[in-house]
Design a protein around this ligand. Structure first.
Ligand SMILES: [Mg+2]
Length: 362
């Protein structure tokens, strides 16, 4: 049998591994919300979700008061049924960030269990496309870093064989963004993808103006130029520039992606497995994007996204931002600029339970 007999939710706070700033915020701490599910045969699944500093306790409260109790007695193999039932139980707060983050913690736990039960790594069970996926670095591109530091980071990434780097944009004056981009481009040459990310900080008019400047640096994508709910603005921008527009890290349901794709307002999809509500909806978004001939480059959570990008045919990049080192026994494998999907059954993240317990805050 595979009946769920116990489910627990808890919160672990992680210090940021390095200062991370963009045009609108800094990464304060990683509130990591875990859900652990145990079945009557003793098998367990551990899933997680996160925030970058606010709302973690709200997610935990929703899980404890309304969701995890509903898992007891369920057949853990019916992952889609569990997702739908829990979603239906949160009608009053759906679609919303807190609810999607809570659903993701449960859903990733059930996928961990499913993959362990199958004896297969997640990347195979979820599709099985390729074991290694290209990796780009964001850790050397934060907005507070000097131009010299951006150049040093990008050159190091290139020399290590990484195919891309991301730089934050949104300095008060557009020419500062451009000078930083051109300095990096000049230092690394033509054979490195340079992505830029404005973290929703601009108006459509300003993004159109800046994109015309950024084109000089051969930018690979322009990420979150505008607030995520401004689909029409993204469409205007997409029509005005040769730079692909990338969105998705601030979207909390598959239907939001459908709107962007249907209207031609996004050329790269950055669906985040935690924010979209788990692996179950993540795969739907990825397959939807495939039908539009659009590539998927998920936001953050590289330890989990490596397996998901490896599962699908239209996965292009995984984002390098290490943030789980304090609570894992082993880091994600990187070989020649590629992330390697774990080949052990389950999500394949080597959790350090003692380190997690020490950092547990609720
Ligand atoms: Mg971003």
């Amino acid at each position: 049998m595979a009946t769920i007999v116990n489910a627990e939710a808890f919160l672990v706070d992680l210090e940021v591994e390095t200062v991370r700033t963009d045009a609108v915020q800094s990464f304060v701490k990683q509130e990591t919300i875990f859900v652990e599910v145990t079945c009557d045969d003793g098998l367990t699944g551990l899933g997680y979700s996160y925030t970058i500093g606010t709302g973690g306790r709200a997610v935990l409260s929703l899980l404890r008061e309304h969701l995890i109790g509903r898992l007891i007695g369920r057949d853990s193999r019916l992952v889609e049924a569990a997702w739908q039932d829990l979603f239906a139980a949160t009608r009053a707060t759906s679609v919303g960030a807190i609810t999607s983050l809570a659903l993701a913690a449960v859903d990733t736990a059930l996928w961990d269990l499913r993959a362990k039960r199958a004896g297969e790594p997640l990347w195979m069970l979820a599709g099985g496309h390729r074991e290694r996926v290209p990796l780009y670095d964001t850790e050397g591109g934060w907005l507070h870093l000097s131009t010299g530091e951006l150049v040093t980071g990008a050159v190091a990434a290139r020399d290590a064989g990484w195919p891309g780097v991301k730089l934050k944009v949104g300095k008060p004056r557009a020419h500062h963004d451009l000078e930083r981009l051109l300095a990096v481009r000049q230092a690394v040459g033509a054979d490195l993808d340079i992505m830029v990310d404005a973290n929703q900080s601009m108006t459509a008019a300003e993004a159109i103006r800046r994109a015309a400047l950024y084109e000089q640096a051969g930018v690979f994508w322009f990420e979150e130029p505008l607030p995520a709910d401004d689909v029409a603005g993204h469409l205007r921008l997409a029509r005005s520039t040769s730079i692909p527009v990338a969105v998705g890290e601030s979207m909390y349901s598959p239907a939001q992606f459908r709107d962007y794709l249907q209207r031609g307002a996004a050329s790269i999809v950055q669906v985040d497995v935690a924010r979209v509500g788990g692996i179950t909806p993540w795969l739907k978004v990825a397959h939807l994007a495939e039908t539009f001939n659009v590539m998927v480059c998920p936001h953050f959570l590289m330890e989990l996204h490596v397996s998901l990008v490896a599962a699908i045919p239209n996965g292009m990049y995984v984002e390098h931002i290490p943030q789980l080192r304090a609570i894992t026994l082993q880091e994600m494998r990187i070989e020649e600029g590629h992330a390697v999907a774990p080949d052990v059954p389950g999500l394949g993240i080597a959790w350090d339970r003692d380190a997690m317990d020490i950092r547990r805050v609720a």
